[in-house]
Design a protein around this ligand. Structure first.
Ligand SMILES: [Zn+2]
Length: 102
C-alpha cells in the first residue's frame, strides 16, 4: 500500500491530537500489539524499518503540510470492519483487506 501522508483527512483544529494518535498507533504496531489479529506473520525485517520511517515522516509532518485533496481516505464514508472493529479506508479493511460494501 502506498499513500501520501498529506492525503490523510487532517484537520488543523485537531491536528496535534490526530498526529499523536497516529504516532501511538505506529509505536503499538512496532510493539506487535494486535499482530495476532492479522492472520499472517508479518516479515519483521521488512516491516520494522518501514514503521520506523513512517513514524519519522509523521513526526515531522506539520499542520502547514495539510492538503485539501483527499483521494485515498474518505471521511464521509467512515465505516468499521465488522470483524476487526477498525475504520476502513477507501479500499476496505486494512487488516483483512475486506472490500467496502457497494
Ligand atoms: Zn477487517
Amino acid at each position: 500500500m502506498g499513500f501520501d501522508i498529506a492525503e490523510m483527512p487532517w484537520h488543523v483544529a485537531t491536528f496535534a491530537e490526530d498526529r499523536n494518535f497516529l504516532i501511538r498507533s505506529i509505536t503499538a504496531a512496532e510493539s506487535k500489539i494486535g499482530w495476532e489479529k492479522l492472520g499472517y506473520e508479518p516479515k519483521e525485517d521488512w516491516l520494522m524499518p518501514c514503521l520506523m520511517r513512517l513514524r519519522m515522516l509523521v513526526s515531522v509532518f506539520g499542520s502547514h503540510d495539510i492538503r485539501a485533496i483527499h483521494s485515498t481516505f474518505s471521511e464521509s464514508a467512515l465505516s468499521r470492519c465488522e470483524t476487526h472493529g477498525i475504520i476502513m479506508h477507501a479500499d476496505g479493511c486494512p487488516v483483512c483487506n475486506r472490500s467496502m460494501p457497494s
